[in-house]
Structures are given as structure tokens and as C-alpha cells.
Design a protein. Structure first.
Lengths: 194, 194
């Protein structure tokens, strides 16, 4: 039996990830996850409300860290630069945890029930980031759009980093923001008639 | 009893939307939706697999129309302009259906189970749009990012249009893309040290 609550929690996450990979999310029960982690099922439910949440433990930490990073960013940055600063501050959370992060992202991508939960978490983070931008004086309309667009670039970078671990997440992140700027820059004002 | 299948379908959608607004999604049963629509429950399940899908009927039509619009866009457009062209081609789908679209968006925003489904549909549309961009010769890496970013602007415009119906969806869409360009333009290359 694991000694501490934190240790049990970590073992439950690892056991769930292994089982989801081996036999799929739908065919795994909470009892099986608990058994592999060496705890009983009641302990599972003391830590997680359901089979999905066990893979989303880091989300609240990421969200809090991002909010703090936006709040602490230097003055005078434009919204996207402010977000790039914040993403670079928190990228170590993913990098420190790559052995878990990589299979986790693959299992989520392959499992509709987990994808839905992941998308809901993402939407919640995006709203939090938008609110943090507003606190920094970014106009209401611009804050929501900037949060969505910035998150799209961050997500893009994380996916590229999973596919190509030869480069750091930071390098992928800088490239994603460069791609984003290029995408907008190459768009001429042009003729808008239909 | 409604005469045709299409009429029954439309009545089921209207009945579901009304009931979700009146008593909430969770407290509404498929039997109640069928009763209000004047059909039996078997008819409900002939049209929709579950209580959530009844509000997402237009998604496949929107997705097909967007794909076609991207395919038919003039040559020589940059990715974001190509997307703006495509969104303008399909915006009438939302505008023609505002009496349904508006309460639908409000119910979705207020119901976690519907939000998750909505986010999953959005992710599927974004992937389809990215694929359509690749078919038009947009580079793989750029296509995914452009689809996400373009969709963020479209979603932003649709939300603004719901909140402010005094302006057309088209006007909101043009403004969202202007905001998007401004967001990137005001971002200087700057110092990237941490």
C-alpha cells in the first residue's frame, strides 16, 4: 500500500494511464485502476470523482500558474506577447512531466469521452486567461479573442513537441507564435466584395 | 401528428429547445420532448441518437458547406482570407436560423453536457477545415493553426452577433478578422529573453 495520499494519487494516475493504453478507456473500470495502483476503490473516489478526471489533475495547477504569469508579466506588452511570456513561464509544467504528458495526450486524442472532457477543460482555461488579460487592462472584446488565438498557438506547439521531441517545447512555442504572426501579416486588407 | 419526417424532426428540435430552456437539459426526458412535438418516443430515436444530438443537427450541414466554400474560393488568397471568404459564404446558415440559433447558443452555454458536445463538434469542424486548407495547398503546419485561429474569430463573431443583433453577422465577422489582424500586427518581434 502506498504510504501517503500524494503517492496513492500519483499511482492511481499512472495505473489509469497504463490501463487506458492497454485495453482502452471504455473497457477499464475504477476497480481495476485501484487494484493496479495497490489501493482500494474507495481510495480512488477519495481522489477523483470519475474515470475521466484522473487524467486531468494538472489542469487546475496549469490554470493557476498561467493566471499568475499573466498577472506578473512586465508592463507594456501587447496581448499576444503577454500570452507568449505567460506560456513560456508555465511550459516547464509540461516539460517536467513529459513521460506522463506524452502518453496522456495520445490516449486523450484516441478517446472521444476524454477528448470532450479535455475540450471542456481547455475552454475553462481560455476563459480564465481572457479574464487575466482583462485584469491587465486589455479591452473586453480583444481579451477573449487573444486568449482563444494564443491558446490555439500554445496547443499547436504542444502537439508539435509531442510529435517532434528533438526540439524543446520552448522552441516549438516560439515557432508557433512566429507562424501566428506570419499568418496575419500575409493577409492583405484587400477587396472585400463577395 | 406531423406528416413528414422532416416536419417531425423540426418539431422535435423546437420542442427540445423549449423544454431545455423551461426546465433545464438534465430534467428533460426524451419522452417529454416527443410528447411536446406530438410524436412518440420511437420517432425521437429514429431521428436522434440521444438528447444532446437533437441540438446539433445543423453541424454536418455547416461542415459540408464550409468545406465546399474553401474548395471553391478564388485562387491566390492567403489562408486567413480564404477562411474569411468561406465563413462569409456560410454565415447565412446562422442568419436564416436566428430564432433557433440564439436560444440554442444560450442553452448550450448554460449546460455543461451540451457544452462538451458543442466543443467536440467544433473540434471536428476545425479538423475538417484544416484538411480543406491542405487540399488548397496550404502547408500542413500552417493549415491546423489557421483553422483554429480562423474558427476562434468566427466563433467570436457569432457570439458578438448574439449579444448585439443590431449589426449583421457579416459586420461582426469582418470586425473579428480586423481584430485578429490588429492583434498580430501590434505584436512587435521584440526581445525574447526571459
Amino acid at each position: 500500500m502506498p504510504r501517503s495520499g500524494a503517492e496513492a494519487r500519483r499511482r492511481l494516475q499512472q495505473a489509469a494511464l497504463e490501463l487506458y493504453r492497454e485495453r482502452g478507456f471504455d473497457r477499464t473500470t475504477t476497480a481495476e485502476i485501484a487494484a493496479r495502483a495497490g489501493v482500494n476503490e474507495r481510495t480512488f473516489f477519495r481522489h477523483f470523482p470519475d474515470k475521466r478526471e484522473v487524467l486531468f489533475d494538472g489542469e487546475s495547477h496549469l490554470r493557476a500558474s498561467l493566471t499568475q504569469a499573466v498577472a506578473e508579466a512586465p508592463d507594456g506588452l501587447q496581448p499576444l506577447d503577454l500570452l507568449l511570456f505567460a506560456f513560456r513561464k508555465v511550459e516547464h509544467i509540461l516539460e517536467d512531466n513529459r513521460p506522463f504528458a506524452e502518453p496522456r495526450l495520445r490516449v486523450i486524442a484516441a478517446t472521444p469521452a476524454l477528448r470532450e472532457r479535455d475540450l471542456a477543460k481547455t475552454a475553462a482555461i481560455t476563459e480564465t486567461v481572457a479574464e487575466a488579460l482583462r485584469q491587465r487592462g486589455v479591452a473586453d472584446r480583444q481579451a477573449g479573442l487573444a486568449a482563444h488565438v494564443g491558446w490555439a498557438a500554445f496547443h499547436h506547439a504542444a502537439q508539435a513537441w509531442i510529435d517532434d521531441p528533438a526540439q524543446s517545447l520552448d522552441a516549438h512555442l516560439l515557432r508557433a507564435f512566429d507562424d501566428l504572426r506570419a499568418l496575419c501579416l500575409t493577409t492583405p486588407a484587400g477587396d472585400r466584395s463577395r
